[in-house]
Design a protein. Sequence first.
Length: 346
Amino acid sequence: MLLFAMGFLLVILQPSMGQFPRVCANTQSLLSKECCPPWDGDGSPCGELSRRGSCQNILLSQAPLGPQFPFSGVDDREDWPSVFYNRTCRCEGNFMGFNCGECKFGFSGLNCTERQLRTRRNIFQLTTNEKNKFLAYLNLAKSIPSQDYVIATGTYIQMNNGSNPMFRDINVYDLFVWMHYYASRDTLLGGSNVWRDIDFAHEAPGFLPWHRAFLLMWERQIQKITGDENFTIPYWDWRDAEDCGVCTDEYMGGRHPTNPNLLSLASIFSSWQVICTRSEEYNSQQALCNATGEGPIRRNPGNNDKSRTPRLPSSADVEFCLSLTQYESGSMDRMANYSFRNTLEG
């Protein structure tokens, strides 16, 4: 189910995608700690009358916690989503979603029984029309509000333990920017204290499954708002690339002629506003990013810290990574040696 079972909490905690279904972002749902919305198809919670799913207590891991996070009961993402909801829809068969109203990835049809295979393509192999459609889809996602989800603008404690909901609307594209921020943000400990050495989406075994689910969900939302069920995210094959091949106005935006840190005015992305970039400001205020625009996209490819990232990976680097047979090893964090996950993550 989309609400909580999308990823692993990086070794020590439960998964956290940071999703808040709109229908459950209210006082009643928060105080009852139940998010079991009706499925429109039959009007029953979780589509139970149609045997799509049922409202159940959430399942939490009983595995012992690791030493990386020396706290308990201070972060809303611990044992996700139990701080907000402890009863959610448990979907059956090929159904999924916060109300079991969708098909699992890879399935379609009225009863989600039809196998569906989609292929992601190299962005440089798209036709002009396909490429322009992709850019138009991104622009649409940036401008259309999400119908399914809202974002939290405060912690559970700041919401007075649920009696004062703090949520707001967000567009479809920025929803996923915010979710990535929420999963990897620092832990607010009160006052001016924060715990920075924690991340629910990176530097541990959950890196790959979390981001795989993240991209599948992002793809699904684009399909829903455009009605294009065959949409897939194109990829950029950057092996052996000497520069940013997609950093042109034809694709993801070229350089501004007088300010290399900004995008060319000829790019549709030059008018976009970024969100959730000021982590130290949020920390000092003990606040969450509220998705307010924080200025234009800033990008200056090729002027990165060469001591940390001297170049893009080569074909040989990729082949070496693929030769590693152990998914995870040792400490299972950013110090894991000969770990496929850690090598892939960089």
